[in-house]
Ligand binder design. Structure first.
Ligand SMILES: Nc1ncnc2c1ncn2[C@@H]1O[C@H](COP(=O)(O)OP(=O)(O)O)[C@@H](O)[C@H]1O
Ligand SMILES: N[C@@H](CC(=O)OP(=O)(O)O)C(=O)O
Length: 436
């Protein structure tokens, strides 16, 4: 069975939703994972923020605006009065729930319930649309099988044990629709897999049911060799290894949720990135194989903070780095890049929630310098220890840009450079012109 995920842009209008059937083949067994209609999750985030700030009036205004958009949406999606009424009831139910939260004590638990409404709406409305046009489908509630543990890690075995009987119960059906992004956490509360998490849902389901293939359908024909929002003339990459795709997704290629690669990689399930607007385009195939000896793509990740700890005590000392890293571990802050010299170590982080505490504790080991507004530019390809010339080509391409850190050799696929965010556009364009 294949798993097909359609992102917010692919279900972003009634017309787009209707066109999904050009891609979905109701004669073949498949699980279709839908995101929320584009823009919805952003609006839900704002509604939650208004409630958290105690501004019920603003929350009510935002709810009215969003509800208005859905009222227009179902008018175009559902043409017969009977199914339009069903759509209207669904909208009324979800928006009553959103408004009703004004009467509760508002905590992050209620906030997560708000965020879940986007995917619940899109999947239920699509299910009604399929009924209207006579295409049989089964709506699978993701909250029954998608679960995370105490460390917020999804539990693939839980998906297998909960989803398999649901599929078995409906084995005469071909088409299954379910929500991306949403899950239950270890306490049984409604939660989510973080922004952009529907890709992750698709990959987790793929792993859970040992699917033959996971397809991520979006608004572009696969992973491009640079960020198409910044650089002109980017091109799709036909094939990537799981490791290369993971590096690109983690370092900013928005087309793929960073964690979505791992479940597919673990269970060796091919992932295809495909374009809803051009279904015939080849897209990108992600498997264990990849074209060798080539620079594949460039990505960039903003909002990076660099921290340098300088200490003569580091000279010839063992255990220094462990003590430094323990500080980050205590504050559950992950490190992206590391470079060391004999008297200093520099690391980068993107989560600055505990920056103050971390800086204070690191102060016990040496002088601490912080640089904000940094960007990691990541060049991905196949350049293992035996290859030569790649680092030189990369550095030559950005020789006019100040580089704060360079990381090379951590894996065979990645060379990362830390630069000021203000230099990012020039760096991406210059690398593109020189490397491709
Ligand atoms: N290297 C890249 N290759 C392809 N798309 C990229 C890349 N970097 C950024 N993007 C952006 O990712 C967008 C698709 O991702 P996303 O917004 O998450 O889609 P969806 O709404 O379908 O989930 C594209 O429109 C493109 O602008
Ligand atoms: N709706 C969620 C989950 C998601 O994956 O969306 P998209 O597929 O549009 O990136 C979000 O906006 O974060």
């Amino acid at each position: 069975m294949k798993v097909l995920k359609f992102g917010g842009t692919s279900v972003g209008s009634p017309d787009r939703m209707k066109k999904l059937l050009d891609i979905i083949n109701p004669a073949e067994q498949q699980i279709v994972v839908l995101s929320a209609v584009s823009g919805t999750t952003n609006s839900l985030v704002e509604i939650g923020q208004a409630y958290l700030a105690g501004d019920k009036q603003k929350a009510a205004q935002l709810i009215t605006i969003l509800k208005g958009k859905y009222e227009v949406f179902i008018k175009e999606l559902l043409e017969t009065p009977e199914f339009y009424e069903q759509g209207k009831e669904v909208i009324d139910y979800h928006f009553r729930l959103l408004s009703g939260l004004a009467n509760d004590l508002f905590t992050p638990i209620e906030d997560k319930i708000i965020l879940a409404q986007g995917e619940l709406l899109s999947t239920t409305l699509y299910h009604i649309y399929l009924k209207e046009i006579g295409v049989p489908s089964v709506l699978l509630p993701a909250l029954e099988f998608m679960k995370t543990d105490e460390d917020s890690e999804p539990i693939v075995d839980h998906i297998t044990s909960q989803l398999t009987p649901l599929l078995e119960k409906n084995k005469d059906n071909n088409l299954f629709i379910t929500q991306g992004y949403i899950c239950r956490n270890a306490f049984g509360e409604v939660d989510n897999l973080r922004r952009g998490g529907s890709d992750y849902t698709a990959s987790l389901i793929g792993a859970g049911i040992r699917s033959e293939e996971v397809q991520i359908w979006t608004d572009i024909d696969g992973m491009h060799n640079n960020d198409p929002r910044i650089v002109k003339g980017t091109k799709p990459i036909a094939q990537l290894s799981f490791d290369e795709a993971a590096e690109l997704a983690y370092f900013g290629a928005k087309i793929l949720h960073p964690q979505s690669v791992f479940p597919a990689q673990k269970y060796k399930i091919p992932v295809r990135l495909l374009n809803t607007m051009d279904p015939q385009a080849a897209g990108t195939l992600i498997t264990n194989d990849s074209e060798k000896d080539r620079i594949k793509s460039i990505a960039a990740k903003d909002d990076i903070t660099a921290i340098k700890i300088q200490s003569s005590r580091m000279l010839l000392a063992h255990g220094f780095l462990r003590r430094v890293f323990e500080v980050f571990e205590r504050y559950r802050t992950s490190i992206d890049m590391i470079t060391t010299s004999e008297v200093a170590v520099s690391v980068t982080i993107d989560d600055t929630t505990y920056l103050g505490e971390i800086t204070k504790e690191l102060g016990a080991y040496g002088t601490v310098d912080i640089d904000v507004n940094q960007t990691i530019v990541c060049v991905v390809g196949d350049f293992g220890a035996e290859k030569h010339g790649y680092a030189a080509r990369v550095l030559e391409a950005i020789k006019h840009i100040p580089v704060r850190m360079i990381s090379y050799g951590g894996s065979d696929h990645n060379m990362s450079l830390l630069i000021k965010t203000e230099d990012k556009v020039e760096a991406l364009r210059s690398l593109h012109n020189r490397l491709f």
